[in-house]
Design a protein. Structure first.
Length: 283
């Protein structure tokens, strides 16, 4: 089964290339390896072309047949990373939105430096209760989930204590268009923007907003993402939740965040964009 995110697919292709190199180094053809492993002849080809994700047992057999058992643990670890990268929403939310919100609590609590870029929504740590309810209700209806929105809203609000407690720091960069998308209607959005003004003055929060008129020749809007220290990046896709843990990919997101932050305005200029968005709600 092929991973359904491009990042996971690229990681699978890298693993496939390493397995192919291992076979070639052993002087085996694909048919030779299939015969030694007791597999159908096409299985080796499908794995090496990243059309089939190998199982842990497949990798162990592969390494043994290629005379390289010492590489087993490293290759199995690579496979486990791929399997953890992409989770479909239907699996993550199979027990409802509340449990999906609770599942990330340990990650939030141990993270000290949050870097958040959003091109779609006000991010969770800075959301009001009614805004959260509007977002989660839309997700519930879109994904045909049980209605536990009230409980899920409370969990997300409880998570926001990390904004005010301890030594957590939040660097948040938003596209100005986020301010002008009235999630939940005008009244809910006006209150959310007012809360954003308040949150921007908190010692733990650095809020930058990229104006609509910013020159995007070299850095255009991308998918929204959360960075948790330098340990993990999460991306919410239409079909699922992408979890990135490979250091070189995390570094890529770090560079993108830095470039986005450089396009943003801060302080009074950012507050002016928020108040302008509030005024536009009455037009």
């Amino acid at each position: 089964m092929r991973p359904t995110s491009s990042s996971a697919q690229q990681a699978l292709e890298l693993l496939a290339a390493r397995l192919r190199h291992l076979r070639q180094e052993a002087g085996l053809s694909g048919r030779d390896l299939a015969r030694l492993a007791g597999w159908h002849a096409s299985k080796v080809s499908r794995i090496e072309h990243a059309r089939r994700r190998p199982a842990t047992a497949d990798i162990r057999i592969w390494c043994r047949c290629c005379g390289a058992p010492e590489q087993t643990n490293e290759l199995v670890a690579s496979l486990e990373t791929i399997e953890g990268m992409f989770v479909e929403w239907r699996h993550m939310e199979r027990n409802g939105l509340r449990q999906a919100q609770e599942a990330v609590l340990p990650l939030w609590e141990r993270t000290r430096q949050f870097r958040i870029y959003s091109s779609k929504l006000i991010p969770g740590p800075l959301q009001t209760g009614p805004y959260i309810a509007a977002v989660l209700t839309a997700l519930m209806l879109r994904r045909n989930l049980p209605d536990d929105v009230t409980e899920a809203v409370q969990v997300r609000l409880d998570k926001q204590r990390v904004v005010q407690e301890g030594d957590h720091r939040f660097a948040v960069t938003l596209e100005e268009s986020v301010l002008r998308a009235p999630i939940g209607g005008g009244e809910v959005m006006a209150a959310q923007l007012g809360h954003l003004l308040t949150a921007s003055a908190m010692p733990s929060v650095s809020l930058g907003i990229i104006p609509l008129g910013a020159d995007r020749s070299r850095m255009w809007p991308t998918e929204s993402f959360f960075m948790f220290d330098d340990d993990e990046v999460t991306v919410e896709l239409v079909s699922g939740h992408l979890r990135i843990t490979q250091p070189h990919e995390i570094a890529m997101y770090g560079k993108v965040f830095t470039k986005m932050a450089e396009l943003a305005v801060y302080g009074k200029a950012a507050r002016n964009l928020i108040t302008s968005a509030v005024a536009a709600l009455d037009d």
